[in-house]
Design a protein around this ligand. Structure first.
Ligand code: HEC
Length: 131
């Protein structure tokens, strides 16, 4: 059993072989999604651009209720801690994010840029979305 489980690693190409990481690289997934989708506006360091895109560092939305955070990012449902009209443009909804990927992404933004909020799991995201 153990041998079979090890053989069926499920690792992405380039990460297999002795000493490879566990097959669920949550941290990497979150970082990859951030870099591909959020970075152009919120920047590499999460600080955004003053008066154009808000900083995610110390943001009450990022650090607050994980379900409100998920609803904002995925459905653009505005939390009370994010008053409308402070920024000149709108953030697009990321409705295509699967609960698992969203959880990895939200965990990433809550644990980087100087933030230190607890991780978010897929079940929490799914509950927020009513799935
Ligand atoms: C096209 C630019 C753009 C992209 C891409 C973008 N955002 Fe935003 N984001 C914004 C803007 C603009 C606001 C402020 C919106 C408002 O107040 O109406 C915002 C607000 C936020 C907030 C609330 C911050 C606060 O002030 O407390 C969070 C959290 C957030 N974005 C996360 C993300 C995540 C995660 C991604 C990637 C999946 C992302 N954003 C992608 C432009 C963007």
């Amino acid at each position: 059993m153990t041998i079979a489980a090890l053989t069926f690693c499920g690792c992405s190409p380039g990460t297999s072989g002795p000493g490879a990481a566990a097959p669920v690289p949550t941290e990497d997934t979150g970082e990859r999604i951030y870099s591909g989708n959020c970075l152009p506006c919120h920047q590499q360091n999460g600080q955004g651009i003053p008066n154009v895109y808000p900083s995610l560092a110390g943001s009450p939305v990022v650090l607050g209720d994980p379900q409100e955070l998920a609803l904002w990012v995925i459905r653009s449902r505005r939390p009370a801690t994010l008053p409308a009209g402070r920024y000149p443009s709108a953030m697009p909804p990321f409705g295509w994010l699967k609960a698992e990927d969203a959880a990895a992404l939200l965990t990433y933004v809550r644990a980087n840029f100087g933030n230190a909020a607890p991780p978010v799991d897929a079940a929490t995201v799914a509950r927020a979305l009513g799935e």
